[in-house]
Design a protein around this ligand. Sequence first.
Ligand SMILES: Cc1cc2nc3c(=O)[nH]c(=O)nc-3n(C[C@H](O)[C@H](O)[C@H](O)COP(=O)(O)OP(=O)(O)OC[C@H]3O[C@@H](n4cnc5c(N)ncnc54)[C@H](O)[C@@H]3O)c2cc1C
Ligand code: SF4
Ligand code: SF4
Length: 425
Amino acid sequence: MDENTNNNVLVIGAGMGGIQASLLLAEAGKQVYLVEKEPLFGGNVIKYEEVFPNMECSTCMIAPKQQEVLQNPNIELMTHSIVEDVQGSVGNFSVKIKKKARYVSLVNCIGCGACYDPCPVSLDNEFEQNLSQKKAIYIPCPGALPNVPVIDPEYCTRLKGVDECSACKDSCMFEAIEYDQKDEILDVKVTAVIVATGFGLFDITAAPKYGYGKVKNVYSAFEFERLFAKNGPTEGNTVLKGGENPNSIAIIHCVGRKELGYCSGVCCMYSYKFSQYLKHSFPDAKVFQLYSDMCVPGKSYQKFYKQTMDKGVDFIYHEDVEVKGNGSKIKLNVKNGKDKDQELEVDMVILAQSLKSTESNSELAKILGIEQDDKGFFVSMTESFEPASTAKPGIYVVGCSEAPKDVPQSIAQAEAAVGKVLALT
Ligand SMILES: Cc1cc2nc3c(=O)[nH]c(=O)nc-3n(C[C@H](O)[C@H](O)[C@H](O)COP(=O)(O)OP(=O)(O)OC[C@H]3O[C@@H](n4cnc5c(N)ncnc54)[C@H](O)[C@@H]3O)c2cc1C
Ligand code: SF4
Ligand code: SF4
């Protein structure tokens, strides 16, 4: 390492992996720049009501860590921001970060929410998987942190130059709306970089046999998480599109596994979690798990699988499945390797999609000079027993940015990366 070695570390992505790494580094006295592209932080876990294997309340797990990040003087959290350039080498990287204009002051805003209703623009809320609407000034969901809205310049009629609307500013008693905010570029020097950019989900519209978008009451995995979440669009009241409760539900495993060419390792577990959600809300409902391979390694996974079976869930083996509408019901044609296909009729279908790499990884790989595998995940030096290191000294990869994994595994890899960073200095 050269003489310019400093005490700063860049962490990219503020999900469980990035948060855990940042908190540990800060505790060890490092100055952390934690860069998150979304206007809120917490990653995918904040979409869930509960987390396997202990069915712990997700907010109870992550909110205290988020508060620690917000209050820790050694962590500078930059939401709504991206890394644009990284030059140099271990011990002395020069980084350019773009902080996008939020148009709302993080200092003045108290998060009262008075500015949303007066906004005349309504849009689909992507965080809620388009199951609800938001305004052009919004926070993605109740409880989002930081609890400060953002204005979407693509849709705000004033920022687009269509009119002189000032409805949000007029309703804010705290002078927090700042239409003249501009994007800012920040130049920082860091000694090391930890990448924690997480995952996306297999695009189910690419597999029409599952009926998604065509057959009513066929849901994606994130849609179902948000339907069950108390801070979600139905306040946790899992109802069908017509407003009734479901009496029979099929959860289809491995959606996208063949297309993507690998097992994501967590979909069986989150499918069992979904069964437990459903049995909790509707104890008499029939719940079918349509599995093709069971991936339940380790003692906690086995225990969770057994708990799910004990709740009276039916397990059906499938090699392929076709989902069709049948009046108000959904008809499933299950190919099970036997001479005759099995037919099933249910009210609701949930697709347990495989995890795929984050789209922005390719841009980041170029900026950082690190390698992606043929699936788009970042390559770590697992073969030489350095699971968080990349081939480029000083750059580490953690959580689902490296490969699909669960929260404990993401945290373990984050801690491994922190160990490596601390060993540098
Ligand atoms: C439906 C479902 C349910 C699940 N349930 C559970 C469960 O109950 N228990 C469990 O242990 N695991 C569960 N998992 C797995 C769990 O979600 C992951 O293990 C966990 O989210 C991994 O954390 P992460 O920090 O690696 O990634 P993420 O949670 O994906 O966070 C990554 C963060 O990086 C940000 N980011 C991405 N690109 C950039 C960029 N270029 N610049 C800046 N920021 C960027 C993202 O916006 C995000 O905030 C579930 C997965 C799914 C799909
Ligand atoms: S911008 Fe103003 S009105 Fe809107 S949430 Fe913040 S303080 Fe409340
Ligand atoms: S200025 Fe833009 S964000 Fe504010 S109320 Fe008008 S349209 Fe909505």
